[in-house]
Design a protein. Structure first.
Length: 202
């Protein structure tokens, strides 16, 4: 616990060391008001690690702290997804192709049905999925096939899925050596510069 506090203190000091005295003061006041009462050091640092693992900048620490506090969630994965939605414009901007459009893959309706049939709800509101082993392998292989399909004629594809499934699917692909960028429909929101260009079939 003390280690978590020291780590946060070091990083928050860097964030507050801005040239604008008023901005620095407001950041420090925000951190003092929300941490650790509404945003524990442990939860915050774990969410930050999750963001860094997906190469998402954590420079906007004040917004991240506010989002965690606003979510009032204790489950790390659910809280991470909520923070991602708050950082959605920042995330989406980094995924644009050369023509400024985000090319998206989506799971077929058959995959949605499979996942729904094997969904397990946790007390904290997160979702887990007890897919048969053969379906795990098939999902990964079919994602790779969709990426490599010549007809797609796109590079830097991103998979879009519901927020409740995003982290699970991200971990499945990562465990098989596939680091396909993945966003949720909730993150996309009303962002117009995106287009579905392919489907991951069963």
């Amino acid at each position: 616990m003390l280690t978590d506090q020291l780590r946060f203190q070091t990083y928050s000091d860097e964030v507050c060391a801005v040239s604008d005295p008023e901005k620095s003061k407001s950041y420090r006041k925000l951190f003092d008001e929300l941490i650790p009462e509404k945003c524990s050091h442990e939860l915050l640092l774990t969410v930050l690690r999750n963001l860094i693992d997906e190469q998402i900048s954590i420079r906007n620490l004040p917004m991240i702290v506010e989002a965690i506090s606003e979510s009032r969630l204790s489950d790390i994965q659910v809280a991470t997804e909520f923070v991602r939605q708050k950082l959605s414009r920042q995330i989406l901007t980094t995924l644009r192709a050369s023509n400024k459009i985000i090319p998206l893959l989506q799971l077929s309706p058959e995959w949605d049905e499979k996942l729904a049939a094997h969904q397990i709800e946790t007390p904290d509101g997160a979702s887990d999925y007890a897919l048969p082993p053969e379906d795990f392998s098939k999902l990964v292989q079919n994602c790779r096939s969709a990426i490599e399909r010549p007809a797609a004629n796109w590079t830097n594809l991103t998979l879009i899925v519901p927020a409740r499934r995003r982290r699970f699917l991200k971990n499945v692909l990562k465990a098989h050596g596939e680091r396909l960028p993945m966003i949720s429909f909730e993150e996309l929101g009303f962002f117009k510069d995106a287009s579905i260009v392919g489907t991951v079939d069963v």
